[in-house]
Design a protein around this ligand. Structure first.
Ligand code: AMP
Length: 283
């Protein structure tokens, strides 16, 4: 595995690989890797047909709000390097902020509207930071295919939208959510949880399972489903609900009936740690 720190070197390597006819897959992350991240690497190869995978590790300052955890976001480059190599990453791109935000950078990429819904209510500047950094990383790496996790459903949707709107020449794939044995969606932020919070954190996936059971028994009233999910989450001592969203998967507008194409998304605070999870209703 090759490690590259400069955007200039990354661009040169990517150009050479494209010229050789290699199909380049790309997996952007903020590091502190877990099985969820590593599954994206395999997805790039198996579903995306990539014969070479670039993974980036960059904790992007512009997607953190002023009172969020940018400084204390967990970082462990040595462990990440080992896991990336074991999983078959070919190039690990770990840029410095000077390269990603050249002095005086003023340009941000914003997908209008969508970034103010769901997670955007409590994190109003988050998604413009995400779309901006992903646009920059795609410009440097120039992959044929890039893979994002369904865990961050709103992010995935907005990146697809950005790529479409800006006529970017890259295929965006969405990989399934990887979970801990008890159902908690894997996240770098799970390390912040106290033992009591960790026990309660399973309430997100449990609430989604409750929604699934209701839908399977033909209860499709969104208000009733939201109520059942809210009740379940609120029963946990350390949990403070941010939202339960029952929305259209494309425009994120609220739905009153759950049908095909509905996204059920949930966000819950445990102390200052905010966890998310979601489920797509496909049939
Ligand atoms: P992050 O490092 O949290 O910015 O995540 C980097 C990528 O990994 C994003 O595309 C996430 O959606 C994806 N990801 C994070 N957690 C999971 C998970 N549990 N399952 C699948 N993908 C994930």
């Amino acid at each position: 595995m090759i490690i590259i720190h400069s955007a200039h070197d990354m661009r040169r390597s990517a150009e050479a690989l494209r010229r050789e006819g290699r199909r380049v897959g790309f997996v952007p992350t903020m590091g502190y890797l877990h099985e969820g991240h590593l599954s994206l690497v395999r997805h790039a190869r198996e579903t995306g047909g990539a014969d070479l995978v670039v993974m980036s590790i960059y904790v992007n300052p512009t997607q953190f709000g002023p009172n969020e955890d940018f400084e204390k976001y967990p970082r462990d480059f040595e462990k990440d390097r080992r896991l990336a190599e074991q999983t078959g990453v070919d190039i690990l791109f770990a840029p410095q902020t000077d390269d990603i935000y050249p002095d005086g950078a003023r340009t941000m990429v914003e997908v209008e509207g969508l970034g103010r819904l769901l997670c955007g209510v409590s994190r109003p500047t988050h998604f413009r930071g995400v779309t901006t950094v992903v646009a920059k990383l795609l410009n440097v790496v120039r992959p044929h295919v890039a893979v994002f996790g369904q865990k961050d459903a709103q992010q995935c949707l907005m990146i697809r939208r950005m790529v479409r709107d800006l006529l970017m020449d890259v295929e965006i794939l969405r990989a399934p959510i990887v979970r801990e044995p008890d159902g908690l969606a894997m996240s770098s932020r799970n390390v912040y949880l106290t033992p009591a919070e960790r026990r309660d954190a399973v309430c997100l996936s449990e609430a989604l399972a409750i929604a699934r059971r209701l839908i399977e028994s033909n209860q499709t009233n969104a208000a009733d489903i939201r109520e059942a999910m809210t009740r379940h989450i609120s029963a946990r001592k350390t949990a403070r609900l941010d939202y339960v969203g029952i929305v259209d998967t494309e425009n994120l507008e609220p739905r009153t009936r759950v049908t095909r194409g509905t996204l059920i998304a949930v966000a819950v605070y445990f102390g200052t740690t905010r966890l998310i999870d979601n489920m797509l209703v496909e049939d």
